[in-house]
Ligand binder design. Sequence first.
Ligand code: FE2
Length: 369
Amino acid sequence: MNAPMNDFLPLRRIDHVEFYVGNAKQSSVYYAQAFGFLNTAYRGFETGDRERASYVMEQGRIRFVLTAGTTADSPIAQHAYRHGDGVAIIAIEVPDAAEAYEVTTARGAQGVIEPTSEEDAHGVFRYSAIQSFGDTLIKFVQRDEYDGVFAPGFKARAVPRQERHEGVGLVEIDHIVGNVEKGMMDYWVDFFARIMGFSQLVHFDDRDISTEYSALMSKVMQDGTGRIKFPINEPAEGRRRSQIQEYLDYYGGPGVQHVAMLTGDILKTVRELRNRGVEFLHVPETYYEELSDRVGPIDEPIDELAELGILVDRDDEGYLLQIFTKAVEDRPTVFFEIIQRRGSRGFGVGNFKALFEALEREQAIRGNL
Ligand code: FE2
């Protein structure tokens, strides 16, 4: 399935995700202490950058960059003011950043950063960027001729004891979900198909995932290799305000809703994250009473899944285990998913109803339902 729709835009992998935040110094400690990331590189006043401070945080093959502006008129500070802490840039490694820019803009993308080269003692680092939903950019990064710690301008910080920092066992980004305005999902589905050559993976409509009070529609776009997956949500009619609408209201428009990170041992990873203070959505106990009937035999003990609040879903290919954090900032916007795949390549559609019922309890507590 999913043969590459075309090969006009070769993509390698998600290189990094850059968050614009209010206070990168403090955020870096949260991602280190709570989520187990290692700060491997830094730029800021001390490295000669007067405008911003950035912390590169690594775990497994996951790389987050946390960036804050250092003056009120900084576009980075303004992004954080408008949206709260959130994903500003999804960076994808490509073999040729200039060509990626030419190809995507020729196909209708709005160019934001023209092909740019930066050079230091470690080589040449090339990049470009196009506009995606809301204020989110897709950045093309070419690092074949660069062997520095991250990019020119950054100084190395801690060095992983092994080749990769193991942290709490998070190994790579599984998917990144965007929330867009009502009526705009198909526009962005078309954007990823037409501009970037992605194809649609699965479709489930609001009948599958609506609850009494709020609903959404979702389509999953993935690149030809299947390594890069971008589900896109839009709010659907419900009796009360959709949780996607709540996100849009507080984020101030479309943006990244959650980043899902893969683990090879979700029981161990989630236990560790809970011990470190990460807060997860509450799952009703009744969920586990019905679990065996719904998903059949699984390797993990159900009492342990219940204790940790881990969800399970099964499809033709196998099953998956997943759990969602609460929003990681004061606004009800960005959160994380921890996922372990045991054959299933899905996204847990069977869990949507249980998840949204749980999400809505949180929403009701905030008085936003
Ligand atoms: Fe997800």
